[in-house]
Unconditional design. Structure first.
Length: 317
């Protein structure tokens, strides 16, 4: 049975994900239905501009079978636009189960913003339908200036074949900012099941490093996060950094994460470990087990060919 406090938390999160109707303006232009924030609706939903019908929509950032990401300028606004295509049977089934993909991710963004976790500001979403069938949905967020993905940083320790690498250094202060960001997320009862270094944006301001979490369709909520869930989340992040994250970095990250999480949810921090050192050992053990599972899964998938996954001493296969 859920307690009254747990039910209140769940109700608040669902309300935050749905958003307030007073903040949005609706517009129907041809086959398109747009839902934009009031302060940007005049420029972004103008029937005279119709930027969404431009053949070359800004700069292409990512391109996939059912999803693409563009960066563009519309009036005074610098935007990132995600375009989800709902043309095949799998996408239509997903739409039937949980609604348009852009609308689903928008609800995750609102949930994360309501929890106070830094992320890209949601500006609106659009859907194109033909005879009642959803063909595509778009998600519009405000661009964050001067940021670099965490995946683009390199280790301060010299590594083989790293000569001439001009990527920025992964220093201790940046690791602390990333640890604070993830601890804030987990402390609010949220986790990201696609947490990797490419989904964390970083910028060095005069006051220090700032970090933002993006690509939030994988964010989930739980009334009671488990140690297994947290360990798997952090293991994904550590593995995505590869050799950039040394064991010394891992220990420093785990200590900062545990101390910050302790300020948000002491009971949750104690489930990971009674001290920072114990928390590091538990998280490192879970990361190793997660790597083993990934290696076995990849080896099983590749066993039909002529490739074999070999586990290296440091735990990277």
């Amino acid at each position: 049975m859920l307690s009254a406090v747990m039910c209140t938390k769940l109700t608040r999160r669902l309300r935050d994900a749905s958003g307030s109707r007073n903040d949005w303006e609706h517009a129907r232009i041809g086959e398109w239905r747009w839902r934009m924030r009031h302060e940007v609706a005049a420029e972004l939903c103008s029937p005279d501009v119709r930027w969404w019908e431009t053949p070359t929509l800004g700069e292409q950032i990512k391109q996939g079978r059912s999803r693409s990401v563009q960066r563009l300028q519309v009036g005074s606004h610098r935007l990132y636009v995600k375009r989800f295509r709902h043309t095949d049977a799998a996408e239509q089934c997903r739409v039937w189960l949980r609604g348009a993909t852009a609308r689903w991710e928008a609800s995750r963004i609102r949930m994360v913003m309501a929890a106070g976790v830094p992320t890209a500001e949601l500006l609106g979403m659009g859907e194109r339908r033909s005879r009642g069938v959803l063909l595509e949905s778009w998600l519009v967020t405000r661009a964050i200036d001067g940021v670099t993905p965490l995946a683009n940083f390199r280790s301060a320790s010299p590594l083989p074949n790293s000569a001439g690498n001009e990527a920025p250094l992964l220093d201790d202060t940046l690791l602390e900012a990333v640890a604070d960001l993830i601890a804030h997320l987990h402390g609010q009862g949220l986790w990201h099941n696609d947490l990797h270094a490419g989904n964390i944006l970083c910028r060095c301001d005069p006051a220090g490093w700032r970090c933002w979490l993006i690509d939030l369709s994988g964010v989930r909520t739980s009334l009671r996060l488990t140690r297994h869930r947290i360990s798997e989340n952090l293991a994904r992040l550590w593995l995505s950094l590869g050799q950039t994250l040394t064991p010394m970095h891992q220990r420093a990250f785990a200590a900062r994460y545990w101390r910050t999480l302790n300020t948000y949810d002491r009971a949750l921090a104690q489930r990971i470990g009674p001290t920072a050192d114990v928390a590091y050992r538990n998280l490192a053990s879970a990361a190793g087990a997660h790597t083993e599972r990934l290696c076995r899964r990849a080896d099983l998938a590749w066993s039909r060919g002529n490739r074999k996954v070999l586990r290296l001493p440091r735990g990277r296969g």
